[in-house]
Design a protein around this ligand. Structure first.
Ligand SMILES: *Cc1c(COP(=O)(O)O)cnc(C)c1O
Length: 470
């Protein structure tokens, strides 16, 4: 497909500087001379170009999207409508508190709801993604331990890759600990690395294998007895929402991914929100300002004693916060049902698919589970990558592959709460068809029906130049 620049055919558009109504308002020294090389093409061709590009894209509205850990669920469109209300869209962040009472009230109420959902005592809505929330949380822990020798952070080998990256960016040394045969944190391994230099452990529960850490209370006791803190990666909150919370499990800092759990379509780098929630003793370290209420007025409170400072221009991605607020209010008590369905759907698929591929950890899962194609690779030379590519021929987005690293030929499947039983059964049939395909060559050269066929991913990763002609 040609780029819009290659399609440029010299078609004339409007030259704004020729317009008598525009020119007088632009001062001469601001006028550019000559062309800046924008494509010249008529409006209909522009529309066709971008429509074709969007048709090539895959989205939840097109088909099943079981991308593990990413929660690619359906997000009701009414939330978009609400976030686009004129009063929200046209509100400038430099307006004073007095003129922004509605927006501040919404943010304050959202903070209160997130406190209830996580069990925590205080919230910052500033971070704009999950990884950004992690960084913020770890900066808080760093500042809390300022002046001590606590420079180590323990991270299980099943952790999301952003965890060690965030801790490292804050200047911590990472200590990795192994999972046991149940796919959970190995208590003996944990005890063996605990010492006076440990600031915190970063974990998620359920972990990235989709397994609930049954020793979490013992882990939090061990950490607190050691004078250390516990960080909870709450990116996949649809696994536990309404049933339990990180406070009950003994955690001190949590981030949420509102764009995963609370109704903002994501992927492709769109705006997100990764609020950080903390226990009382860390409240004075939150990024300033937090949104407060004095009984009469809502206001931006900059008076945060030990604040790590601001982590985002202004106060967070406001549109995402509006969507999250609308979603939580709309769901009400049914938030619990979202988790119930996410877990039910995952367990249903797991039970069906363990007859198709191997299930390395055969225990009840939470919102997701991890299969392995190791046997298939041995027997037919068909790898996880080939299965992923073949799924695209059946209008299905590939699951997360080769993650977590502790499972060979891993396929990580998260069906989410928004899918029907029919859709899950259809997916099982597609997976069986691929695994049992006798024409191995067909699987090895998939996909066949997509606009772009098999790409050389290693080359693409090593030469990230989209314009290069091969
Ligand atoms: C998605 C995810 C993250 C990162 O969130 P981003 O918003 O992509 O930065 C971190 N941890 C876990 C477990 C996740 O699933």
């Amino acid at each position: 497909m040609k780029t819009i620049f290659e399609k440029s055919n010299g078609a004339d558009g409007i030259n704004l500087t020729d317009e008598p109504c525009v020119l007088p308002f632009i001062e001469k020294n601001f006028l550019r001379e000559g062309s800046i090389g924008l494509p010249q093409i008529n409006e209909l061709e522009v529309m066709r170009h971008y429509k074709e590009l969007s048709d090539r894209n895959f989205c939840i509205e097109k088909g099943f999207y079981p991308l593990g850990s990413c929660t690619m669920k359906y997000n009701p469109k009414v939330n978009e409508l609400l976030a686009n209300l004129e009063g929200f869209v046209n509100l400038h962040p430099l307006f004073d508190d007095e003129s922004s009472q509605g927006a501040l009230e919404l943010m304050y109420n959202l903070q209160e709801l997130l406190k209830k959902i996580t069990g925590m005592d205080a919230v910052s809505l500033q971070p704009s993604a999950g990884a950004h929330g992690e960084l913020t949380g770890m900066m808080i822990i760093k500042k809390y331990f300022e002046g001590t020798n606590r420079n180590k952070v323990i991270i299980p080998d099943s952790a999301h890759g952003t965890n060690p990256a965030s801790a490292k960016m804050c200047g911590f040394d990472i200590v990795e600990i192994k999972s046991n045969e149940k796919g959970q944190v190995d208590l003996e391994a944990l005890k063996s690395v605990l010492d006076d230099n440990v600031a915190a452990i970063m974990m998620t529960n359920p972990n990235t294998l989709g397994i609930f850490e049954e020793n979490v209370l013992e882990i939090s006791k061990l950490m607190h007895d050691n004078g250390s803190l516990l960080y909870y990666d709450g990116a996949n909150f649809n696994a536990i929402m309404g049933y339990t919370n990180p406070k009950l499990m003994g955690f001190d800092v949590v981030h949420l991914n509102l764009h995963k759990t609370m109704a903002t379509p994501h992927g492709g780098g769109g705006p997100g929100a990764g609020p950080v929630c903390v226990v009382d003793k860390l409240k004075s370290f939150l990024p300033a300002p937090v949104i407060d209420f004095d009984g009469q007025k809502y206001f931006r409170n900059y008076n945060i004693k030990n604040s790590i400072g601001a982590v985002k221009g202004f106060y967070g991605n406001f549109g995402v916060l509006v969507k999250a607020y609308a979603y939580i209010l709309m769901m009400g008590k049914n938030l619990k049902m979202a988790s119930e369905n996410a877990v039910l759907n995952a367990n249903y698929l797991k039970e069906k698919l363990k007859n198709v591929l191997e299930l390395p950890y055969d225990v009840p899962c939470m919102h997701e589970f991890v299969l392995s194609a190791e046997k298939l690779k041995h027997e037919k030379n068909i790898s996880t990558l080939n299965i992923a590519k073949s799924l695209m021929d059946d209008n299905t987005h590939p699951p997360t592959v080769y993650f977590p690293l502790i499972v060979h030929e891993a396929i990580m499947i998260e069906p989410t709460e928004s899918e029907t039983k029919e859709k899950l059964d259809e997916f099982v049939n597609i997976m069986s068809k691929i695994v049992n395909e006798t024409d191995t060559q067909k699987i090895l050269s998939a996909p066949h029906t997509t606009p772009v066929k098999r790409v050389d991913e290693t080359f693409a990763a090593r030469h990230p130049n989209l314009c290069e002609k091969l």
